[in-house]
Design a protein around this ligand. Structure first.
Ligand code: 2AM
Ligand code: CA
Length: 264
């Protein structure tokens, strides 16, 4: 598929960074049988991946800023553009040898996400979007699912893990959604949850406590696929609050009614 110059840069970086990830993932599968497990090994893989992405993107656009999961913020001279990068989103899956994780690259221009790439190096599914140009899986144009009845909807979510987030609030939320939706899923990679909503595989997705790098690219994908993504509670930009709800318009409204917290 012919990509725009900016998507070309992003796709090229993601593909280059994916080669060592695929090698490392093979090694992780072997490390499952060792008592220590692959956690340290995966941290190294994460950092190496981020370095490759950083170097490729900086080479193509030397003035842009960076916001990266591992390396934090790096101010560029440009003042307008920021690359928002998660080198391996779905790290727990990666550590456990589960082939559901992705490289996620978003490009923000003056506060708006204008381009996004999400790439699962194991399945070779490449999700791309550019503002106003639609969302794609490989070369296929994406549309969010049309289901408008919550009782037909398969909803994916994130479960706050040990030591993180509000476990009680999540229990309340899942009880409410469970009473209405056809089914609930938990796959463990925010970027791919959003990409799957864009692809119409999931009808909706919600999760709290995320970071910008988990969701920047995915938010654009869902919007470009005709979906709605916002802060669950109706607050400002979802990639800044980290509390996200994504669906088609109709399901968004129905789910927000269940999940929105009262103000204050
Ligand atoms: P990660 O795999 O890159 O850590 C799973 O619910 C989703 O939440 C994943 O996308 C995961 O990204 C993200 N996540 C896990 N721990 C997190 C944390 N401490 N802060 C923000 N996001 C986190
Ligand atoms: Ca992440």
């Amino acid at each position: 598929m012919a990509y725009s110059p900016i998507l070309n840069v992003m796709v090229g970086a993601a593909r280059k960074a994916s080669r060592p990830i695929r090698r490392d993932f093979g090694e992780v599968e072997n490390l499952q049988v060792s008592l220590k497990g692959p956690a340290n090994f995966v941290t190294k893989s994460d950092k190496r991946t981020e370095q490759i992405l950083h170097d490729e993107l900086a080479r193509a656009r030397p003035t842009y800023s960076f916001l990266m999961e591992e390396g934090g913020s790096v101010e560029g001279t440009d003042g307008q553009h920021t690359w928002i990068i998660d080198p391996i989103d779905g790290t727990t899956n990666f550590i456990h040898g589960i082939p559901h994780f992705a490289i996620s690259i978003g490009l923000e221009r003056a506060g708006t996400i204008v381009a996004g790439v999400i790439y699962n190096p194991i399945t070779d599914e490449l999700f791309t979007a550019e503002r106003g140009q639609g969302a794609f899986l490989n070369d296929r144009r994406l549309r969010v699912a049309a289901r408008s009845r919550i009782e037909d909807a398969v909803v994916t979510c994130g479960i706050p893990h040990l030591g993180r987030g509000d476990h009680e609030l999540f229990q309340t939320e899942i009880t409410k959604v469970q009473a209405k939706a056809a089914g609930i899923r938990r796959f463990g990679a925010a970027s791919l949850d959003l990409a799957f909503v864009a692809a119409g595989r999931f009808d909706a997705y919600w999760e709290r406590g995320l970071e910008a790098w988990d969701v920047a690219a995915g938010i654009l994908l869902v919007r470009e696929a005709g979906g709605r993504v916002e802060d669950v509670d109706g607050g400002p930009e979802a990639h800044e609050t980290g509390n996200i709800l994504a669906a088609n318009d109709s399901l968004f409204t129905q789910l927000q009614k269940e999940l929105k917290l009262p103000k204050g």
